[in-house]
Write a protein that binds this ligand. Structure first.
Ligand SMILES: O=C[C@H](O)[C@H](O)[C@H](O)COP(=O)(O)O
Length: 233
């Protein structure tokens, strides 16, 4: 096996360990939120296994088409926020987590619905492998943008000191379109000294639907090398 393949499968084992550990938090009668991405996919699969093999009684709200397809495939019964506006627990992945549990999300363009779900949950759990952990946030911030306002948003991002790049599916396919019909700008801010301040500033921009900074994480389940899971609170 080549080095790159070995690293990918090691990181996948860490994601799996974190996802399975978080899925153990789900109890009978809960209504839960299911996030998007490769780490949460392991949690969804494990919740599905518990539904099928342990008769776990659960209802889930999904954050994307991807999560919906995985949940249906795994046999997790679905509901909506309209029916269940308060969730007992939400489990979701991260692109980067800092030492204070500030998180950047949106690598899969799903952060708007993810933020709605995270803010509807009594307890918000982030699942991540080792590589996502960082002393401070320095990952680009995904920003979902109303297509009509893209030039205005670009200008505002530059005024905030950011370097915005429109996320493209490919040269041929054009921009990534979110589940909400919007586009994504990935904005590089370098090291983010004050995530709470940037959070407010981005939220105040006209034409921004939602950005990928999350400040409400309750616990992080980190899959470490060797399969151990560290819980950070
Ligand atoms: O939009 C996508 C999400 O915020 C994901 O949860 C995030 O990108 C992490 O994904 P993964 O677990 O695949 O690294």
């Amino acid at each position: 096996m080549k080095m790159k393949e070995r690293n990918a499968s090691a990181s996948s084992a860490e994601k799996q360990a974190a996802g399975i550990a978080a899925a153990k938090l789900v109890e009978d009668g809960m209504v839960i939120g299911l996030g998007t991405g490769s780490t949460t996919a392991f949690a969804i699969a494990e919740v599905g296994r518990r539904v099928r093999e342990e008769n776990l009684d659960v209802l889930a709200v999904v954050t994307s088409y991807q999560a919906e397809m995985l949940a249906i495939e795994a046999g997790v019964p679905l509901t909506s926020l309209a029916e269940h506006p308060v969730l007992d627990l939400a489990i979701d992945g991260a692109d980067q987590v800092d030492a204070k549990m500030n998180v950047i999300k949106g690598g899969g363009a799903a952060h708007t619905r993810e933020k709605v779900v995270a803010n509807s949950a009594i307890r918000f759990i982030v699942v991540a492998d080792d590589s996502k952990m960082s002393e401070e946030l320095n990952h680009f911030v995904p920003v979902e943008v109303l297509p009509y306002a893209r030039e205005l948003v670009k200008k505002q991002m530059i005024e905030l000191g950011g370097v915005p790049v429109m996320r493209m599916a490919s040269r041929k396919d054009g921009p990534v379109i979110t589940d909400n019909g919007n586009v994504i700008m990935d904005v590089e801010f370098g090291t983010i000294d004050d995530p709470a301040e940037l959070y407010q500033r981005l939220s105040a921009c006209v034409g921004v639907v939602e950005h990928g900074i999350f400040l409400n994480t309750d616990e992080v389940y980190v899959g470490r090398k060797g399969g151990a899971v560290e819980i950070i609170k």
